[in-house]
Each structure stands twice: as C-alpha cells, then as structure tokens.
Design a protein around this ligand. Structure first.
Ligand code: GDP
Ligand code: CA
Length: 321
C-alpha cells in the first residue's frame, strides 16, 4: 500500500496520522482535512482542523491539550480583551495568531486555501501532503433552540467551544458544501490511492463534512480500493468530544456498529472496533463490512502505530480475502 489517502478532522485524525506515518514510513500519505470548522475571528481566517494536523505532525502541538501550540502565551488575547474585543471564548495564543495572520494575508493576496496550506506546511514538514477538502467556504452550523420556542443555527465553534455542546443539537448543516468543489489534488489523490482510511475522527462534523463535498463520497466509493475506518466510539461513548451529541442529531446511536452502518457498506469495506466492542463484529459483518476488534485507544505512539498497522492489514484482507 504505497499511496494512502486519509480523511481527517482535528485531534482524533492527527494523532492517528502520527501512528500511520510510523506504520508506513515508505508510503505517500495524502490527508484530506476538514475545513467545516473554519471560522473568521478578529478578521483572521482560522482553520482549526488543518492546523491541528499540521502542528501535531510537525511537532508544534500542545500535547496534553491536543490542539494549539506548545509553549503558548496569550498576550494578544489579553490586549484584545482590554479593548473589550471578543470573542473571549476562543483561545487563540500568540504563536497560533502568527499562523492565522500568514494565512489571512495569503488569502487576501489571492492564493487559494490549498496553496496557503502547502506554504504553511513548508515550515512544519508534517511528512504527509495536507490538502483542505475544498478551497471554497464551507461552515458547519448547528441547529439549536433560540430560547423563544423557535430554532436558530449557530456556528459549530460556538456550539462546541462556547456552549460546550450542552444545548440540544437538532441538525448539523455544512453550509456551502453543496456548492463546494474538492480542492485541487483531492480527487486525483483518491483516484491514485491504494487504500483510503477514515481515522477515528468525528463521523458527523469531521468525516461527514468532508464527505458532504459533492464528488467526494462517489470518488472514494468508486476508487476500487479498500476503504477502512476506525471507530471513534468505544464502549458506547466517544473517547473524547461530543460525537454522541452530533450523532444523535443525525439519528445515529453512539455505538461502533451504528457508526459503521452510518457510513454504510457502499462506502466502507473494513471497520475496526475496540476490543471492548468485540461483540459488535458480527453485526458489522452482517452489514457487509469486514470487521475486526483491536485495541483502539491512542494512549501513545506505539499503540497508535499498531492501530494503523491493523487498519492497513484489514485493507490487505479486503483485497485478498
Ligand atoms: P476534532 O476535530 O479535534 O474533534 O478531531 P477529530 O474529528 O479528528 O476526532 C474526534 C474524535 O476522536 C472523537 O469522536 C473521539 O472519540 C475520537 N478519539 C479521540 N481519541 C481517541 C482514541 O484514543 N481512540 C479512538 N478510537 N478515538 C479517539
Ligand atoms: Ca474539528
């Protein structure tokens, strides 16, 4: 499996990719990153998931937190607050600000996001080719209650970071996705891939958003290569984050088997569940998706590398049953 394509959100995807890079050091890895979480703050374009992948693979991530820069300071944020300028709920650090300034400057000069991402990655050398899913603007919105008996849509970051996913989510809408085109290189990478991987990223607001770009799902399903995913849900709950809430919003139970069925056998050929979910293997296979139970906790690089190896091995089984 020389050419690997992986879709990715933020933390779950980025950590998995570190293991994948180690499990397949000779491979060309192309990462298609979610941009539905992107947001404009203080006049700057912020791409949380692309940056998490870039910083994690490039050695600049805040390890414990899983997002943002290591050794971060918050002088700019404090100065903005002193002017009464918010939002105060989104924690942009000084080092991180530099990334968004460079990005915004390049976008204003006319470069597409894919070219900007490539330029930022020249510094970080993530060891993979990182492509945004699209150069077009897509923004994930969450339909919540407006407090007056009606409903209102808010930006996903407001739902997740400000409200901590503590308000009911009735629907998840990738605004702009219908008009978006896959970024240059995305369909080519899928067409040339030997395997497509879905890391244990959020199935709705990370992988689901990427798949919502017209042509993406079809390109993956029709690529004629194994498509293998890893469950972000273990023992009936997401390992971290709000996947259970956004899964509920799209009518999917928070179980490893239900997530596999949500992707469907038309898309997925193989699915890894955690060993605690071993009793789900039969149900997933009945749905026409080859399934194995292996440890899926990314506790350290060795464990994560084993997960990547298991995903590639399952892909091999799908090709040579
Ligand atoms: P985000 O954009 O930062 O939310 O990151 P992703 O969408 O890439 O990944 C979020 C998902 O990663 C969540 O649904 C978590 O359940 C999942 N996740 C985080 N850590 C682990 C882990 O160690 N093992 C597994 N299987 N999933 C994990
Ligand atoms: Ca994200």
């Amino acid at each position: 499996m020389r050419r690997i394509v992986a879709l990715s959100g933020g933390i779950g995807g980025a950590r998995f990719l570190r293991g994948l890079r180690r499990a397949a050091p000779e491979a060309d890895i192309t990462v298609i990153g979610n941009t539905g979480d992107d947001i404009h703050l203080f006049g700057l374009k912020v791409c949380p998931d692309l940056d998490t992948v870039m910083y994690t693979l490039g050695g600049g991530i805040h390890e414990e937190q899983g997002w943002g820069r290591a050794g971060e300071t918050f002088a700019v944020k404090e100065e903005l607050a002193a002017y009464g300028v918010g939002p105060e709920w989104f924690g942009l650090g000084d080092r991180d600000f530099a990334t968004h300034i460079v990005r915004t400057q390049m976008l204003a000069a006319g470069y597409p996001l894919s070219a900007v991402t490539e330029a930022l990655c020249r510094r970080w050398e993530p060891g993979v080719r990182l492509l945004p899913m699209t150069d077009d603007r897509v923004e994930t919105h969450v339909l919540t209650d407006d407090g007056d008996g009606g409903r209102k849509a808010i930006h996903f970051q407001e739902y997740w970071v400000r409200l901590r996913a503590e308000v009911p989510a009735h629907a998840i809408v990738p605004v702009g996705a219908e008009q978006a085109k896959p970024a240059p290189g995305v369909l080519e990478a899928i067409g040339a891939a030997d395997v497509v991987l879905f890391p244990p990223s959020n199935p709705v607001v990370s992988i689901g958003t990427i798949l919502a770009v017209p042509g993406m799902r079809e390109a993956i399903a029709d690529a004629g290569v194994p498509v293998v995913g890893l469950s972000p849900v273990i023992g009936g709950a997401p390992v971290r984050g709000m996947a259970d809430k956004v899964l509920a919003a799209v009518g999917v139970e928070p179980t490893a088997a239900a997530v596999a069925r949500h992707y469907g056998s038309g898309l997925l050929d193989g699915w890894l569940v955690d060993t605690v979910d071993a009793d789900a293997v039969g149900a997933v296979e009945e749905d026409g998706i080859r399934c194995r139970a292996v440890p899926l906790l990314m506790t350290d690089l060795d464990a994560t590398t084993e997960m990547a190896r298991a995903a590639l091995a399952l892909a091999g089984e799908v090709v040579n049953p």
